[in-house]
Design a protein around this ligand. Sequence first.
Ligand code: HEM
Length: 414
Amino acid sequence: MKSRYPGVPYAPRLPFVGSLVHLRRARSDVLLDAADELGDVFGLDLGAEHVLVVGHPADAVRVLEERPDIYPDKGGPTGFRRSSIPFLGGGLSTWNGMDAEWRRRRSGMARAFRSHSPSSDISPGLAGATVDRVRSILESEIVADLATALLGRRPDQLEADKVALGLRRLAGTFWRGKMPGPHPVLARRTRRDVAELELIVQKWADIALATRNSPLVCHVGGLTEVQIRDEVLSQLLSAGTLAMPMVWGLDVLARHPEAQDRLREALAPRSQAVDYVIWTLREILRLCPSTYWVQRQASIDDELSGVQIRAGSRVIVHVPRVHRHPEYWAEPDVFRPERFSEGASWKRAWMPFGRGPRSCVARSYALDAITRVLGNVIRTHHIEPLGAPTRLVPAFSLIARPAPAFEIRPLDAS
Ligand code: HEM
């Protein structure tokens, strides 16, 4: 589907490839810069297709929460979720409609996550590790913990490591699939890692089916073997989404030693300052939302920020812009957890987990896991920045730019 939006300003683009080169190569977030110049609704040329980017919190709330009747579809046939169905299958994260089966699975899955607490030693071995190593340790731990939540028993760590690696390769593959040109030929290494991932996930799905008390089967129930495999894979795919704010959070804290001290105090037994932990978490997710955008397709004509939205338009809620919108956030680029102590107006402009009926089913689990990881590190370690202070912005390719750069050191070694 390639259609233009007449009369709508467009983000910078080149012939044939549209904005893809700008998006991939830029040192900062091109869409944030475009919003400053073009306003709250603008077109984006992705080479193969055109989308409308919206960044006003009120529009985001309308699209995701208030009018799911107008925006029921998760981005049309070429949207990320649906284009990943051939590999991911029909799990909850690729489910498009809001039918009875979706509701049943969603509430079952929510129950499975509610009855599981993230492992408390999710962060061993982080001290002294490179940022890339920190990220892969966290991804493996999250995969192992998610599998425990679904299967009811902790999987072999080596298998969890392989699944985490395969998921990382897979995420890269999806991404390249969006680039112009012929369909990507998967590199041999990627094919091997993804094949291994598939085998292990199939094995885990068999375990879930064979284990009488496996949470996935108990809470969701009535799933076939294939559906269980799809559901396990579709949940595991979020491991990267969860590891990202942990890594970015460590980077942000490295650049704010005063926040590390306050957090350490807030985490102490019988502390009166526990609110600071929650504010810090919200502020990290505001500055670095790991779901960069949320897609929908308009089923009928609508209007957003005074711009006519035609039926069939693919609308993208650009979460970083919502989270820095000048009408809602003072000094939006500044890390200031205390802003969350001031009234409740932030609530309409904070949506790292999406909003409305399709919002993240694992939100509480994810918040709990991030708190535990950051808490574990801060209690006994301090985080040092490597390099000068920078403005960390999640970029289109979901890699924060500039890349996080920090080192974790034991407190008594400082
Ligand atoms: C910090 C970590 C996470 C963030 C920022 C996040 C963000 C989001 C967002 C923005 C959505 C809404 C998508 C939409 O409206 O189209 C979503 C949905 C979803 N998330 Fe998460 N997520 C996180 C972690 C997880 C984890 C750990 C899991 C499960 C293992 C998970 C499972 C899901 C599922 C199944 C949906 C689809 C719900 C539905 O369509 O009904 N998420 N997430």
